[in-house]
Design a binder for this molecule. Sequence first.
Ligand code: G4P
Length: 527
Amino acid sequence: MGLKQEIEKRKTFGIISHPDAGKTTLTEKLLLFGGAIQVAGAVKSNKIKKHATSDFMAIEKQRGISVATSVMAFNYREKQINILDTPGHKDFAEDTYRTLTAVDSAIVVIDVAKGVETQTEKLVGVCKGRETPMIVFVNKMDREGKDGFDLLDEIEQKLNMKAIPMTWPIGMGQDFKGVYNIFEKKLVLFSPHGKQSEEDIIEIEDLNDPILEERVGDRLAKELRDEANLIDEVYPTFDREAYLKGELNPVFFGSAVNNFGVKELLDCFVEIAPGPLSRTTEERVVEPMENQFTGFIFKIHANMDPKHRDRIAFLRVCSGTFRRNTNYLHVRKDKKIKFSNPTAFMASKKSIVDESYPGDIVGLYDSGNFKIGDGLTEGEKLHFIGIPSFSPEQFRYIENGDPMKSKQLQKGIQQLMEEGVAQMFTKEDNGRKIIGTVGALQFDVLQYRLEHEYGAKCLYEPINLYKACWIDAEDPAKLNEFVQRRKNNIARDIEKEYVFLAESRYMLQSAQDNHPDVQFYFSSERK
Ligand code: G4P
């Protein structure tokens, strides 16, 4: 098969949701369709258990196991589908943000009873910023929940999406009878526990067909007709180009646990979702069809076992063919490296691959060469962009807890920051080091790993900070003036870039108001 066919075969996406909306269940059902797993529960057992949320070691252990489920590939209708797992736990949000840089589209799962929740809002915001095409799956229709139209309004308002229903629910909760597939004009009837049969799918050209009354009862038949009319009037017809540009979002209704509505979602997904998309570098845009291989590292997963300090770097192939045992240029380090055991992930199995194509994710064994955002090429000096650090939300001073081990501490911090566990800022006025994270658990993870992997001890001290944001100005003199004036609130990140440390929302606002020439950015890429 040529490069072109390999590229056209692939669809790489991530599922995003607030915890508990049903992401794991949906993933599992999708894998069952692809025949990638035989039994339900295979993915579930890898999930970070809810009761473990306060126990970070358990979470880290689960994360260790979850290397296998980081990427799950399966074949469906002649496509190779790569699902990238995105941790739902808010403390690992940064992992999720970065994983989203490696997908070409996303499916957003919403719980019909809870509607749009905070984590969903954040993650959709990240995808929106990148114009990632998104499909919405409203889950748990077997439970009582919000009215369909109200939910679409909520999706439009809170997620800033242009929602367009592709299926429409008939009743809900106890009364849930199934969905009407608006675009295929089919009635898909619901029987709990996934016991769907051919007879449950009825072609229905005209909604006035009395078969509707027969199958869903008079009241729901009337309701569906009224609602279908309203949908016709209010919502535009589906336009794939607009979806691909991230301007329109198809919405499906179903129940993942009952395997209902999932096939409709998957069938539509393989039809409309984009294949491998181009990626941007500082130098130029890289197209998947280019012959020369390029790729970037979007995630690094450390082995928690101190005896095996290796890490797995996750590479997204962007163009050309990636080959085993071939020398590639590590652009940041300006050195050639080759990989003898690149790993592909087929559902729960890992296997060594000889060749990978755009859209694929390859696991590379790494002994400390990589950091997030690194590019690999056949020789061209390309710097991939779009893999930023995000403005952290929790901060503590970090101090050395064992003066005999300061070298180990330095090395440990350096490596763990490269891996993306947290971010470190050094204050300009007194040189003190501040750790910033998205979630509180990261502090424990960092402390534990410094001790167990590097033999170093760290101590934390509280600091009152609201946000750290990157700053810049067109006129270097203006930036300098700001830095001088606000010296007590200025630090540098590990790339030595200036960061403004705001103690409160008010302080940030007033700095922005008083210094219109200075730009404040909430990601390291100045967006
Ligand atoms: P997450 O990955 O998004 O966190 O969610 P997950 O799939 O683990 O689902 C969260 C809970 O919601 C699970 O119940 C799951 O069984 C349930 N669920 C998923 N889809 C549906 C659905 O369509 N209808 C209903 N009624 N429930 C659904 P749990 O009790 O937390 O776990 P379990 O003991 O069932 O595994």
